[in-house]
Design a protein around this ligand. Sequence first.
Ligand code: NDP
Length: 478
Amino acid sequence: MTLKKNFIAGEWIDGQGGIANINPSDTSDLIAEYAQAGPAQLEDAVQAARQAFPAWSTGSIQARSEILDRIGQAILDRRAELGALLAREEGKTLPEAIGEVARAGQIFKYFAGEVLQLRGELQPSVRPGLDVSVTREPLGVIGLITPWNFPIAIPAWKIAPALAYGNCVVFKPAELVPGSAHALAEIIVEAGVPAGVFNLVMGPGRVVGDALVNHPQVDAISFTGSQNTGRNIAAAATARMAKIQLEMGGKNPLVVLDDADLNTAVECAVNGAFFSTGQRCTASSRLIVTAGMHDRFVEAVSERMKQLVVDHALKDGTHIGPVVDERQLNQDLDYIRIGSEEGAHLLCGGERIERETPGFFLTPALFTETHSEMRINREEIFGPVASVIRADDYDHALALANDTVFGLSAGIVTQSLKHATHFKRFSQAGMVMVNVPTAGVDYHVPFGGRKGSSYGAREQGSYAREFYTTVKTAYTLA
Ligand code: NDP
């Protein structure tokens, strides 16, 4: 089987052995083997990035913009092929995967434009005879650590701004999805990024990720993943005063009020909770429904769930692909058992099922008669599992929506402008959705959350510059 290599200092490099990338829709399908970087390769990658930084950070912004545009175009041109690879290694359906790839292409194109938009300010000083300028400069070497659930879009929304603003990158993708990361690296290399500016190091988080976070010559870390890993990274990186940005989990509420349009509510709930196998940080795992709508909503959602086809991610007609791996499947099944033991009613789904190919297939699960104190409503499950919580009225629903340590995305389905406006203001989430699913965002505006979901500057759009640049204030005697 082909061994796909790390990319360090402008060369494709072997590692310390390799791991197999297995298709979760068909565990007999081995995609390829991927080289695992060790501490020596990580060191080489950091040193290469350091050496490349002076030229890249002061070079032509026209050249940077053209490289990013070429990367974006190549991704868009190859969206069908890359989408098939992504669906094969991660398990989201082919249309979802192609959509994610297209998003990655759009992000690179967006930052090809942003390169030319970086502005400073020139102000009069409070002291006569002086001018003050405020400008932005690149940070240096940035370590990027990404999760498995968006194998190309999340790397894109970190790599593109990092390079656009003149930084060099050491990128560590999640072990479960090296295929999309490797394909993206090939495209970046073909687009003409100079040696050392971009480096790919594949390998386990506890080894390669940990070494990256603790490396004294890595100026900043942008991480997306679970809260536990994020907390450990924050402790290690802040101890050596590196700049950090963390995007972590969610326990996102979708509030459905008595006056909601029922079809809209059902589509928002089913899409938000179960599409992409519920493996989205913005998934609607808590469906908070006011009393006058509760029974109608539960019945309509469970009817709609019967139409969902769970099968091989690449098969026509599949709505929900497999869970990403055995470990995550067991976590989902554990929470389904815990929910039942806590007294929630498992209305439908939640069963491991068999299909033509051996894979990690799970029917989407809906719990009713749940309350906010239950573990299934407090902890991130990260699978196709949602709970309905009954609320007395809007105020109660808002309080329940905010009753969580997370604060990534929150949605409301209502026809009331008054309640929608109030919810937008008082929801304690970084992103609020009115009559649309909690998952699904634009790429040109900030992405991120509050409370335990995020730490540091927002990602995406022009707000990305807050993390990927540092500000300089200069005084000049006129
Ligand atoms: P993990 O936290 O397990 O892993 C995320 C990344 O961190 C992986 O690349 C992993 O490597 C790496 N890692 C693991 N341990 C360490 C360590 N000690 N030091 C440095 N790096 C380490 O998350 P998952 O991959 O399981 O992703 C799912 C999580 O991501 C969910 O909680 C989800 O909510 C969150 N997420 C958040 C998003 C957001 O924007 N808020 C978006 C998407 C997902 P490896 O896997 O190779 O071991």
